[in-house]
Design a protein around this ligand. Structure first.
Ligand SMILES: Cc1cc2nc3c(=O)[nH]c(=O)nc-3n(C[C@H](O)[C@H](O)[C@H](O)COP(=O)(O)OP(=O)(O)OC[C@H]3O[C@@H](n4cnc5c(N)ncnc54)[C@H](O)[C@@H]3O)c2cc1C
Length: 349
């Protein structure tokens, strides 16, 4: 019998599959390109600071070292590099925000925040309220990582490119299922926002969150070691030779998968008023983040059907959460360690 059937090969499914392979567990993957994959729109940024109050993001001191180690070992396995250490250059938009940055200098746990005085940046960036540098931050080459992992799965004949068909699922007993006539111990759903329609998990409080991004090509080389942040815009290196990702938006009402003209215009204005180099618009992307009401992921097995599991709800932080969640899940599945209540799919809803 095969140990696991994993549904979904976004960042959640991929990191879970990688952890399972490290633990010598057998698995197969079902993934459909029909659905929008939030991971293929993501910038892949791990930013340790969040919000206007500049607080350290949830569990960054645990998530970042785990993610850094995991992406390095995934890179070693696939003979590539997917993680780059970066600095965030934050450009405040008001005197109040500048004061907030000043107040937080040397006052943060885990995160290092300091004034940025780099000459090469100062003459290319427009700022009225100074510049600040934040570390540690990372950039993950999500699209390349997912494509390489998919090629690996295809070579090993571990992936079926199709939509999961619930009519082919037979729950035999609490320890096994059949899918399309093949026996598995468990099926784990890593479906991103499609999880809200899953008959086993649709009771969970998903809160879909639409996000857009534009891809720009700059004429001159901008310093790639930095992620630039100004107002609601994040600008980060995306792909060779000189493509940059600029986003994003957080939209809860209009979830149509169509790019909006207003988002595009707003971002273009923000970028031209901060970056002195010229650029061309190359693409406009839209995705739906699998966000949850309490902003925490869903991890665990179904109460009534323990042969059915979930790893979902990664929200705005898929790249930093996925490696840690995969380890917690495997500790639970294979070593009986409990899943923390805050991320359990059984927390009180
Ligand atoms: C604009 C934008 C920018 C973002 N930037 C960042 C960022 O910089 N850093 C960060 O950490 N996060 C970022 N995110 C959030 C991040 O994208 C998500 O947290 C993450 O991608 C969720 O991954 P996932 O694997 O759960 O879902 P997905 O990536 O959506 O993957 C789900 C997969 O399951 C497949 N699937 C679903 N249902 C079925 C089915 N029934 N049968 C077969 N296959 C199925 C889908 O086709 C898909 O391949 C961003 C999101 C957006 C929209």
């Amino acid at each position: 019998m095969i140990d696991y059937l994993i549904v979904g090969q976004g960042i959640a499914g991929t990191l879970l599959q990688f952890q399972l392979s490290k633990e010598n567990k057998s698995f197969r993957v079902v993934d459909s390109s029909y659905f929008v994959k939030s991971s293929s729109v993501a910038a892949g940024i791990m930013n340790p600071v969040t919000g206007r109050r500049l607080v350290t993001s949830w569990r960054a001191e645990t998530l970042f070292p785990v993610a850094s180690k995991t992406y390095q070992s995934l890179g070693a396995m696939l003979r590539s590099n997917y993680i780059t250490a970066k600095s965030i250059v934050a450009i405040p938009q008001s005197i109040q925000m500048q004061n907030e940055y000043e107040r937080r200098i040397n006052d943060m746990q885990y995160t290092m925040l300091c004034r940025c005085t780099k000459d090469n940046l100062l003459h290319r960036i427009q700022t009225s309220f100074g510049m600040y540098q934040i570390q540690p931050a990372y950039s993950i080459a999500v699209q390349r990582l997912l494509a390489d992992w998919k090629s690996y799965l295809q070579e090993q004949q571990l992936i079926i490119a199709t939509e999961f068909d619930f009519s082919k699922l037979q729950l035999i007993d609490r320890h096994s299922v059949y899918y399309d006539g093949v026996p598995f111990q468990k099926v784990i759903f890593c479906e991103g926002i499609q999880g809200q329609y899953n008959p086993f998990w649709q009771h969970l409080p998903f809160k879909p969150n639409k996000g857009e991004a534009i891809i720009l090509e700059f004429g001159n080389d901008i310093d790639k070691q930095y992620i630039y942040k100004f107002g609601g815009t994040t600008l980060t290196f995306y792909n060779h030779p000189n493509l940059w990702w600029a986003g994003s938006s957080y939209e809860l009402e209009n979830l149509a998968l169509t790019p909006s003209e207003s988002f595009k215009q707003k971002k273009l204005e923000e970028i031209t008023s901060h970056i002195k180099d010229s650029f061309e618009l190359v693409n406009h992307l839209v995705g739906i983040r699998p966000t949850t009401i309490d902003r925490r992921p869903f991890l665990g097995l179904h109460k009534k059907y323990p042969q059915i599991g979930i790893m979902n709800g990664l929200g705005t932080k898929g790249v930093s959460l996925a490696p840690w969640l995969a380890i917690i899940f495997c500790d639970f599945l294979h070593r009986n360690k409990p899943i923390p209540d805050t991320i359990s799919a059984h927390r009180a809803f």
